[in-house]
Design a binder for this molecule. Structure first.
Ligand SMILES: NC(=O)c1ccc[n+]([C@@H]2O[C@H](COP(=O)([O-])OP(=O)(O)OC[C@H]3O[C@@H](n4cnc5c(N)ncnc54)[C@H](OP(=O)(O)O)[C@@H]3O)[C@@H](O)[C@H]2O)c1
Length: 287
């Protein structure tokens, strides 16, 4: 037996991060409640209150979200419902039952065309509906839940669902050409590295805002896709450079969001692996 986590409720448990948290947690140390949208819709305050009052978790990890950036632009109300109203409902109930809430958030609360890193003390300035709705979620959590931890990450990939890394793996493995943006930059972070740090932060009972991305700086989508092809032993020239605007006409580009894990460093917490180490681990696991 290790550290006793008590009762943890993970929402959005079937997603990339939710699934990985379950895989990493030692079940002997925790009583785990997992829900996803089919069992419990976090936008429904009544459902959230009933579930929390019945099960009384001491930690709520909110991995639920509308993470499809294009879908958020098309369906603004849904974006705010899931990414803002959901965390509001969970925070209100966390306060009521004296639980700690861990809210997952994103580098998209920042937007930048300049090459600079953002730490936890920088002021958010989202431009996309996704970024704005996630920031609204953060604000509800800060205002409503006395015990809270907000964790921002970027370009998270895992086995679940289609994400950029899985898409590139699929394309280059099939020998197909694929275009990737040379002017969109962030830090690729594996769901595994992120989940390891989330669990560590829960164990250490940390509060406030933490940026959690892999080490080693950021890269462009193009560099990431070439690295994937290289690690798979495939022809790197299958990855063709393109401008962000050509691939996503609504995005102006360039887009540069490098999160700096300043709080992790200042609190002398273990840093995640470099993005290349984490990517190699992921590719080895799925091959
Ligand atoms: N992926 C990234 O690059 C990234 C980067 C930074 C931060 N984050 C944040 O990290 C968190 C987890 O991300 P992820 O990559 O694990 O996302 P994900 O794979 O898209 O998982 C999100 C889960 O939430 C579920 N969900 C959607 N609406 C819901 C609702 N109303 N009630 C309950 N569950 C609902 C989704 O179900 P459906 O699939 O059926 O809709 C999905 O299973 C999100 O808050 C996201 O904003 C993600």
């Amino acid at each position: 037996m290790g550290y006793d986590y008590g009762k943890i409720w993970v929402t959005g448990a079937s997603g990339r991060v939710g699934t990985m948290i379950r895989r990493i947690l030692d079940m002997r140390d925790v009583e785990l409640f997992e829900t996803d949208v089919d069992d419990l819709d976090i936008t429904c305050a009544d459902e959230v209150t009933k579930f929390a009052s019945r099960n009384r978790p001491n930690t709520i990890i909110n991995c639920a979200g509308l993470t499809d950036v294009d879908e958020c632009e098309k369906n603004i109300e849904k974006a705010y419902r899931v990414n803002a109203l959901g965390p509001r409902n969970l925070s209100a109930v966390a306060r009521k039952i004296d639980a700690r809430i861990i809210q997952l958030s994103t580098d998209d609360v920042f937007s930048s065309r300049q090459e600079r890193a953002f730490n936890e003390f920088d002021t958010p300035n989202p431009v996309s509906v996704y970024g704005k709705s996630k920031l609204a979620g953060e604000n509800f959590v800060k205002e409503l839940a006395p015990k809270h931890l907000i964790i921002r990450s970027s370009w998270v990939y895992g086995r679940e669902g289609m994400n950029f890394v899985n898409y590139i793996i699929q394309k280059v493995s099939a020998g197909e050409k694929v275009r990737a943006a040379t002017d969109e930059f962030a830090v690729p972070t594996s769901a595994k590295e992120l989940s390891r740090v989330i669990i560590r932060l829960v164990k250490e009972e940390q509060e406030g805002i933490y940026h959690v991305v892999c080490r080693g700086g950021c890269c462009s989508r193009y560099e990431l896709a070439r690295e994937i092809a290289r690690m798979l032993g495939k022809d790197e020239s299958l990855v063709v450079p393109a401008m962000l605007k050509e691939l996503h006409p609504r995005m102006e580009g360039p887009d540069y969001t490098l999160l700096d894990n300043l709080m992790l460093r200042m609190c002398e917490m273990e840093s995640p692996a470099t993005w290349k180490e984490a990517l190699a681990e992921y590719i080895n696991e799925i091959l």
